[in-house]
Design a protein around this ligand. Structure first.
Ligand SMILES: *[C@@H]1O[C@H](CO)[C@@H](O)[C@H](O)[C@H]1NC(C)=O
Ligand SMILES: *[C@@H]1O[C@H](CO)[C@@H](O)[C@H](O)[C@H]1NC(C)=O
Ligand SMILES: *[C@@H]1O[C@H](CO)[C@@H](O)[C@H](O)[C@H]1NC(C)=O
Ligand SMILES: *[C@@H]1O[C@H](CO)[C@@H](O)[C@H](O)[C@H]1NC(C)=O
Ligand SMILES: *[C@@H]1O[C@H](CO)[C@@H](O)[C@H](O)[C@H]1NC(C)=O
Length: 404
């Protein structure tokens, strides 16, 4: 009850605990725009041969393509699967423009460039992201042997990065093998281990995922629910040797995309395990994320980055990842008030990010992504920001909060 009241307060909204809720704030209509299928198909048709995948755009909105051995390569092939899902939810109509392609074929075709990565790749912990389209494929065809084999192979690569002394999978490789680095983003890759455990019956994979989540919960989350980006451990003793940032403003700051991964990652681990520690952690991360958005409603690339010099760049992907994570969290809230509070917050994030970053003239759906500010990679579209924008839209449609 206390958490619910706090959430209602922090949303500073019209939400009350009375039994007549105020009318819901509508999601932005852009979530259903025919520009979505139009742009995704155009990008698919422009994939280089041999295939490379879009990761971010230039500051004028032109996709930049990368070798499949990149952490983001799974997002584009997973996107047509989301549009295929949307057809099952909405049908194809002239207004939604979904009828321009067979999205399942597009997704399958776009996925093939990822298959070779199962033999090994340079993406550290990011095996879960690489496996996304194959997990989507199994939801459609549970007997697809190509997808099964790929999932098991990616899971094996991730599991091999587990260190039982630390109780986590290693996120990044380092030249000093004793220096064991784990980033908050790694929470997003644990689902792969659960999917692979279900396919193979190997429960060790689940144990590894749980241990990783427990260790992250203990060391990455601050008292106030914010997160460190990177924790360094001594691989031999398991002791924490450093808490720092890589892509954020400072070692003690909160990088907003990392905070969004924490909401989503812990909510998803609660979905997979039913362990309420994960639910509590997702709520704490969500509270920090929502509590600290400035009055203008623009989620900054780092919560502690200075406002001056203005404008402090946003990260539109943090908003769409957090919105999707909040919709997942809402599902597991048993009271109407808490469910509604997270749902309204997700819709609010989507409204605000649409107002800031929906960009019809760019190849990406959204602008105002910050890929890596310390590397001066900002004011871009991002393939993951767009993916979660579409995914959040599907979730709202499925829950009848957005009318096709
Ligand atoms: C199985 O999945 C792979 C990878 O997603 C895809 O390329 C292939 O077309 C699928 N095969 C069938 C028969 O559906
Ligand atoms: C289960 O998975 C772990 C991690 O990949 C592996 O070490 C172990 O050999 C597997 N067990 C079986 C019975 O295949
Ligand atoms: C390697 O990493 C460990 C743990 O972070 C650290 O204690 C040690 O000093 C490092 N060694 C070198 C040569 O930097
Ligand atoms: C959206 O932006 C408005 C300001 O325009 C702000 O009042 C509101 O709190 C923001 N909502 C969220 C969820 O960030
Ligand atoms: C959003 O993007 C536009 C165009 O790239 C840029 O001019 C503006 O400063 C950005 N705003 C924020 C808050 O990042």
């Amino acid at each position: 009850m206390r958490a619910i009241t706090a959430l209602a307060l922090l949303l500073n909204s019209t939400l009350s605990l009375s039994d007549t809720p105020p009318p819901p704030t509508p999601p932005p209509p852009e979530l259903l725009s025919p520009l979505i299928p139009t742009k995704i198909l155009a990008t698919f048709k422009s994939l280089p041969n041999p295939v490379k995948y879009p990761q971010w755009t230039s500051t004028t909105g032109i996709w930049q393509f990368f070798d499949p051995d990149s952490w983001t390569s799974g997002f584009f092939p997973a996107t047509p699967y989301e549009l295929n899902k949307r057809i099952t939810l909405c049908g194809a109509t002239p207004a939604n423009g979904l009828g321009i392609a067979d999205w399942l074929s597009v997704g399958r075709s776009a996925s093939t460039g990822l298959i070779k990565l199962q033999a090994g790749n340079g993406q550290g912990h990011d095996q879960g992201f690489l496996a996304f389209p194959f997990v989507e494929e199994l939801a459609i065809n549970p007997n697809n042997a190509t997808a099964k084999t790929a999932i098991l192979a990616f899971a094996k690569i991730l599991a091999a990065r587990y260190n039982p002394v630390v109780g986590a999978t290693r996120s990044w490789d380092t030249s000093n093998a004793t220096n064991f680095q784990v980033i908050i983003d790694n929470m997003m890759n644990l689902e792969l281990l659960y999917v692979a455990a279900d396919l193979s019956g190997n429960s060790t994979l689940r144990t590894i995922a749980d241990k990783h989540a427990d260790t992250t919960l203990k060391n990455h989350i601050r008292e106030d629910g914010s997160t460190w980006h990177v924790i360094e451990y001594d691989a031999n003793t398991g002791l924490v040797t450093k808490k720092r940032t890589a892509q954020g403003y400072s070692d003690s700051s909160t990088w907003s995309r990392g905070q969004a991964w924490a909401i989503y990652g812990f909510a998803n681990m609660f979905r997979l395990t039913g362990n309420t520690n994960y639910l509590t952690t997702a709520r704490r991360a969500a509270k920090y994320f929502l509590d600290n958005i400035p009055a203008d409603g623009i989620v900054p690339w780092d919560y502690n980055a200075p406002l001056i010099p203005a404008p402090r760049p946003a990260d539109s992907s943090a908003s769409t990842i957090a919105a999707t994570g909040l919709l997942l969290l809402a599902k597991y809230e048993t009271t109407l008030a808490a469910n509604k509070a997270y749902t309204d917050a997700a819709i609010g994030l989507l409204r605000n990010v649409t107002r800031l970053a929906w960009n019809p003239s760019w190849q990406s759906l959204l602008s105002n992504g910050t890929v890596n500010l310390p590397a001066n990679n900002k004011l871009t579209g991002t393939v993951y920001g767009d993916y979660y924008y579409i995914k959040a839209g599907n979730e709202l449609i499925a829950r009848d909060l957005l009318k096709c």
